[in-house]
Design a binder for this molecule. Structure first.
Ligand code: AMP
Ligand code: ZN
Length: 454
């Protein structure tokens, strides 16, 4: 069975051929650990977990190596630690612990290696010195910068016009840059900032730029060239473009990774998620109200390259579907993943098609087809679902199951109309009626959302 993956670099879906089928290697950019991860951050974690499971199935669990880094040196981390008045290491440890708990609750396997940037400073310095020695980087005012014009084919991944790349890079204007596009590999640290002895004979201690971290960690754990590199679509430029520049120039290699995979962005209830809009949802927030399996399923209903709209309605529907799957196959011993589910996944992780296959299997269970419950159970467990017994699952649902979503939404509409008409008695009456049903309302300038009271 051929696996086909859409590669951002070549802009086409290609058959996946690993460099070494006994050692299939994947690197995914991980979190910057300064605060709880948001539900957008959960998307690459879940998507690449599905790919990891698929690769393990196709090549054998011992023949796949998945590396997802932890960025534990970053100016946002420094600022947050100072704000909270705690040591940086305490902040990064605490955040990393929370992240691990969150993604485990979402049913994601731990990667084989989770390297920390601060434990790979030596590798970063080695790369930086090589780049300087070969004329791809230069020292200026205690910084080391990558010289973009030293790489004639820079920009292949994002394929942005040169003037756009220059405009993008101008965000970091600095007098010591030879060219506007040049980017930082190493920068000096003030006494209050974390610092390490600098490379290239620079006297002041310093710290690495963001991009060099991933070149160093992927090199250390996967080698100079590897199979798959993943992350969210926002990382294409500049992060991945710059990783490619650093790694290819340091190793004199034609490629860094053979397949570049990017997940689309997640928005919440139709809007870009942002702290200022007040619609910022952490994974922790989601897990307070929804089982991890529901959040996972909801993420997989949309193909990973499409944008996804994260809504309460979608979560409710996902929960209902999982109820049906649990009812059909919850406590059944499984016989592995079904061929059709695998087939859907090998087509560039076509999870909507995979879900259609799960529904088809459920229909077969209902019509009494032999082997259907086992195939459904096997497929769901392969994908990280059915992690509970049917009884445990039903228990979670009990509190919420009495709630009729369309009734709740109808009442909310009535209340919105009452509020518009300044009929406060009526709007309060509806709020109380909903509260009696176990529904809590949240009003914001963008409208009303609801959740089940815990
Ligand atoms: P960050 O901590 O911002 O570097 O992001 C960690 C990962 O989450 C990266 O792969 C990002 O591309 C991804 N990511 C961040 N925000 C979103 C979003 N709203 N939707 C999908 N992926 C996201
Ligand atoms: Zn990275």
């Amino acid at each position: 069975m051929d696996l086909r993956l859409y590669d951002t670099l070549s802009r086409e879906k290609r058959v996946f051929t690993p460099l070494d089928p006994n050692n299939v290697r994947m690197y995914v950019c991980g979190p910057t650990v300064y605060d709880f991860a948001h539900i957008g951050n959960a998307r690459p974690v879940i998507v690449f977990d599905v790919l990891y499971r698929l690769l393990r199935h196709l090549y054998g669990a011992d023949h796949v190596k998945y590396v997802r880094n932890i960025t534990d040196v970053d100016d946002k981390i420094n600022a947050r630690a100072a704000e909270r008045n705690i040591p940086i290491r305490d902040l990064t440890e605490e955040t990393y612990r929370n992240f691990k708990e969150d993604v485990a609750a979402l049913g994601c396997l731990a990667p084989d290696v989770e390297p920390r940037a601060t434990e790979h400073i030596a590798e970063m310095k080695t790369l930086i010195e090589r780049l300087v020695a070969s004329g791809h980087a230069y020292v200026a005012e205690e910084h080391v910068l990558f010289s973009v014009p030293s790489m004639p084919d820079y920009g292949q991944l994002s394929k942005r016009p040169l003037d756009e790349m220059i405009a993008g890079a101008r965000v970091d204007v600095a007098p010591y840059k030879r060219h506007d596009q040049d980017f930082v590999l190493w920068k000096p640290s003030k006494e209050s900032e974390p610092g390490w002895p600098s490379p290239c004979g620079i006297a002041t201690p310093g710290r690495p730029g963001w991009h060099i971290e991933c070149s160093a960690m992927s090199w250390k754990h996967l080698g100079e060239t590897f199979d798959i590199h993943g992350g969210g679509i926002d990382l294409v430029f500049p992060h991945h473009e710059n990783e490619i520049a650093q790694s290819r120039c340091a190793f004199h290699a034609g490629v860094m990774a053979n397949y570049w995979l990017h997940n689309g962005f997640l928005q919440v209830e139709g809007e870009k998620m942002s702290k200022s809009l007040g619609n910022f949802v952490t994974i922790r927030d989601v897990l307070k109200d929804w089982p991890g399996e529901v959040a996972r399923f909801n993420m997989l209903r949309t193909h990973y390259r499409q944008p996804i709209d994260w809504t309460v309605k979608g979560l409710e529907e996902s929960w209902k579907t999982l109820d049906e799957f649990y009812a059909a196959a919850g406590d059944v011993a499984d016989k592995g993943v079904s061929g059709e589910v695998l087939w859907a996944l090998t087509d560039d992780l076509n999870t909507p098609q995979m879900i259609a296959e799960l529904h088809r299997l459920r229909a077969e269970v209902h019509s009494g087809a032999a082997g259907a419950p086992e195939a459904l159970a096997g497929s769901l467990r392969f994908l990280g679902f059915l992690r509970e017994t049917t009884a445990q699952w039903a228990g979670r649902r009990q509190a919420a199951s009495n709630i009729d979503v369309s009734k709740v939404e109808g009442l909310i509409q009535e209340r919105t109309a009452a509020r518009k008409a300044k009929n406060w008695t009526e709007s309060d009456r509806i709020r109380d009626a909903l509260a009696a049903m176990g529904v809590v309302l949240k009003d914001s300038k963008d409208g009303t959302t609801w959740e089940i009271a815990r």
